[in-house]
Design a protein around this ligand. Structure first.
Ligand code: BGC
Length: 757
């Protein structure tokens, strides 16, 4: 449908219809309008499988069964965007089969604290990794004709008091850490809907932040879809409307529609604003019409895809040589999670799985092993001495054991944060006892976040299955028996102690105020800068083979790394590339300033590639580094800017396993903006590189009757509401009587002086 056709529909709508169109029809449908041929479309959670709520013949709600793929916490460990894209495609196929037009995912918030209850739904502590995996997922979903929804915009990193708490942070942390995944979702994946978050940011509700929703997301990044509220997130509908929140979800039974109507009648909201939102929604609806009978899928094929994904996501944390296990020998399988695995988290993302792998069956069937099963802890995850004794006996009798442990459902769910990083004491006691009595023990962990592992030195091998989705059982068996070589790497740091984590002192905040005191030092940026030991570093993951990094070369900003598989089996390695600012020869005498007055992390991720190598094979991978790799967010100019100097570019197998490095020199590019006679007033107002006082002076000279708030400076928003039409004009369109060329010349000279150029 063209913009003109959409406009033609809008022109026929009454103002009441338009306003009602800007809230959902119900909790899971966008508003429709049969009179004008606008159909109803459905949206469903997300993110790692379809969660469609439907009614049975008795009118009772149930959740339609779907494939449960590994949640984001696991998917990120794959470090494989193409895998995320494939999973997105499969989930979208299930959406289409159920006539669902919008998938409410992915969740792309940054893991600030390891105890956020919803971390299992998020990808990483690192914005680049999070952005690359989530935008690939979005491309997969949208490539199948289903709209994705980037959520929760923005700085939503805790569940405690999520409806009211304020994330209080610096502009630099906001732009360098918390926004880039969303930026990539727009720029690299063209995401079609965005869900704003519940929380406030620096005191203001996320959905009421015009600067970020309209000026940044829509105008600067080029977002072209619609912004919806999180469910029941709206605080002030009129303020949210004006900020650019197009749709309230779910609807308020007309209550807030009446408020919007009143605001329209008293001139607070313009018809143009309302029309824009309606057009945004209609655009998405007509691009994603449900098609009856389309998009059938094979549950078998999707299960296999979920299994493949799970294999790529599991991380071998430790291996003293016990793994892989040999087939054909007895095996003690210990822990209730072997029978009832944890493979997803609780809350709105909870999928009703089509099936769930029985781990013991896979361990047995494919490997011809005789299994002795012992539950090890009771169903409520309490310690039970008899069950521990039984498990120990089984381990001794078999001579080898797998202990399944992790966080029970109640530990990881939307709406609640954890207060510690501990596993249930019953799991710790069981693992200790089994490791004391048997040499060949593998601990398989199932949890969506890091835990303290008091038995880490005693356990010969640890495989972290994270939350592996419905097909994790087969994947565990294939990795344990060496049919699949593990290749997952951690997308987050596992600290030694809870108290070590960057947000420890400021999470979840005082009442409704949460101070992001660690600033840009989130995840490994914190542990590195503070030179702290960690339990398992960001990027860590072992393989059954070994990789040697044989060379690194840079040509301009293009860096080539060569890696060789020097072990005995085929395997996959994720080559990680980090940048690190070399101390500036002059400025580095000042503590904490590594280049041009900006404190920088020790290093930060600027690229990664996962490659498969046969035993003995050598391969080269090339990375093209872009400006952002060398930039900081400069709050003074309201933008990123490249900081010139020398950078070490480090090729690494993890953030603490640095293999080789090279140097790249970068020019200090301060892009000084230039005004021409064709610059629009909107550009002047919203491109923050233009200093406000210079813009004010120029605009007042060009539009002498501009309302300057009694000398306080121009209020762009007020001007926009009074005369939005003028603001879209270029400067030269206004006949100001004075010599425009001179005025522009003076403004440009002032700007150059401001930037010291
Ligand atoms: C969650 C969203 C979810 C929505 C609909 C909210 O509580 O925060 O992520 O999409 O509910 O279920």
């Amino acid at each position: 449908m063209t913009k003109e056709q959409i406009k033609a529909i809008i022109d026929q709508m009454t103002v009441e219809e338009k306003i009602s169109f800007c809230s959902g029809h119900d909790a899971w449908h966008a508003e429709s309008l049969a009179r004008l041929g606008v159909p109803e479309i459905m949206m469903c959670d997300g993110p790692h499988g379809l969660r469609k709520r439907a009614k049975n013949e008795k009118g009772e709600y149930y959740t339609v069964k779907a494939t449960c793929f590994p949640p984001a916490c696991a998917m990120a460990n794959s470090w494989d965007p193409s895998l995320a894209e494939t999973v997105g495609k499969y989930i979208a196929e299930e959406c289409r089969a159920e006539q669902v037009s919008i998938l409410l995912g992915p969740g792309m918030n940054i893991k600030r604290s390891p105890t956020c209850g919803r971390n299992f739904e998020y990808y990483s502590e690192d914005p680049y990794l999070s952005g690359k995996i989530s935008s690939a997922f979005i491309r997969g979903v949208q490539g199948e004709g289903v709209a994705a929804c980037a959520k929760h915009f923005f700085v939503n990193n805790q569940e405690t008091r999520r409806f009211s708490s304020s994330a209080n942070l610096s502009e630099r942390a906001l732009h360098e850490i918390y926004l880039p995944s969303f930026e990539m979702a727009v720029k690299e994946a063209g995401v079609e809907t965005v869900m704003h978050s519940y929380n406030r940011v620096n005191g203001q509700y996320a959905g009421e932040n015009k600067e970020l929703i309209t000026d940044l997301l829509r105008k600067k990044w080029g977002f072209d879809g619609y912004v919806m509220s999180d469910w029941n997130a709206i605080s002030d509908r009129v303020a949210a409307y004006k900020a650019g929140t197009d749709v309230e979800m779910p609807p308020s039974n007309g209550i807030r529609d009446a408020e919007v109507l009143e605001a329209y009648r008293n001139g607070e909201i313009t018809m143009e604003e309302i029309d824009n939102s309606v057009a945004n929604v209609l655009g998405v609806i007509f691009r994603h019409l449900p098609e009856e009978g389309k998009g059938s899928f094979s549950a078998e094929e999707h299960h296999s895809a979920a299994a493949k994904a799970a294999e790529e996501c599991m991380v071998l944390l430790k291996n003293d040589g016990v793994l892989p296990f040999e087939s054909g020998k007895p095996l003690a399988v210990i822990g209730g999670f072997a029978k009832k695995p944890r493979f997803q988290g609780g809350g709105s993302s909870h999928v009703e799985p089509l099936r769930v792998d029985d781990i013991t069956e896979y361990l047995n069937a494919e490997n011809g092993v005789e299994i002795t099963y012992a539950p090890g802890y009771d169903e409520k995850h309490n310690t039970n001495a008899e069950l521990i004794a039984e498990a120990v006996e089984a381990a001794k009798a078999c001579g080898r054991a797998i202990v399944f442990a992790g966080m029970p459902d109640s530990y990881e769910t939307e709406g609640r944060d954890r207060r510690h990083m501990k596993l249930p004491p019953a799991h710790n006691e069981l693992i200790k006892a089994v490791c004391e009595s048997c040499d060949n023990v593998v601990v398989v962990l199932m949890a969506g976040s890091p835990n303290e592992l008091p038995w880490v030195n005693e356990a010969p091998a640890i495989l972290h299955a994270y939350l592996g989705g419905q097909a994790l059982g087969g994947a565990v068996a294939r990795i344990v028996f060496g049919k699949v070589n593990p290749s997952g790497k951690l997308a987050e740091t596992h600290p030694v102690r809870f108290e070590d984590n960057p947000a420890y002192l400021n999470f979840p905040g005082d009442g409704d105020e949460c101070f992001y005191g660690e600033d840009i030092y989130v995840g490994y940026r914190w542990y590195d800068k503070r030179k702290m030991d960690v339990l398992f570093p960001f990027g860590h993951g072992l393989s059954y083979t070994k990789f040697e990094y044989t060379s690194i070369k840079a040509e301009g900003k293009s860096v080539t790394v060569t890696v060789k598989n020097v072990g005995g089996v085929k395997g996959k390695e994720t080559v990680q590339l980090y940048a690190s600012a070399c101390p500036h020869p002059v400025i580095s005498t000042f503590v904490g300033e590594s280049s041009f007055g900006f404190a920088r992390p020790e290093k930060w991720l600027v690229g990664f590639k996962k490659i498969e190598l046969e035993a003995g094979e050598e391969k080269s991978v090339t990375f093209e580094l872009c400006d952002r790799a060398f930039s900081v967010y400069d709050a003074k100019i309201g933008d990123f800017r490249v900081i010139g100097g020398d950078y070490d570019i480090i090729a690494a197998a993890s953030s603490r396993d640095l293999r080789c490095s090279t140097k790249v020199s970068v020019e200090n590019e301060v892009t000084v903006p230039v005004i021409t006679k064709n610059t629009t007033f909107e550009d002047l107002f919203y491109d923050k590189r233009f200093p406000k006082h210079i813009v004010d002076e120029l605009v007042k000279a060009v539009i002498p009757n501009a309302n300057d708030n009694n000398g306080e400076g121009l209020d762009f928003d007020a001007m926009r509401n009074q005369n939005g039409y003028v603001l879209r004009m270029k400067i030269t369109s206004i006949k100001c009587g004075k010599s425009l060329a001179e005025l522009i010349e003076k403004a440009n000279a002032d700007i150059r002086e401001y930037y010291g150029k």
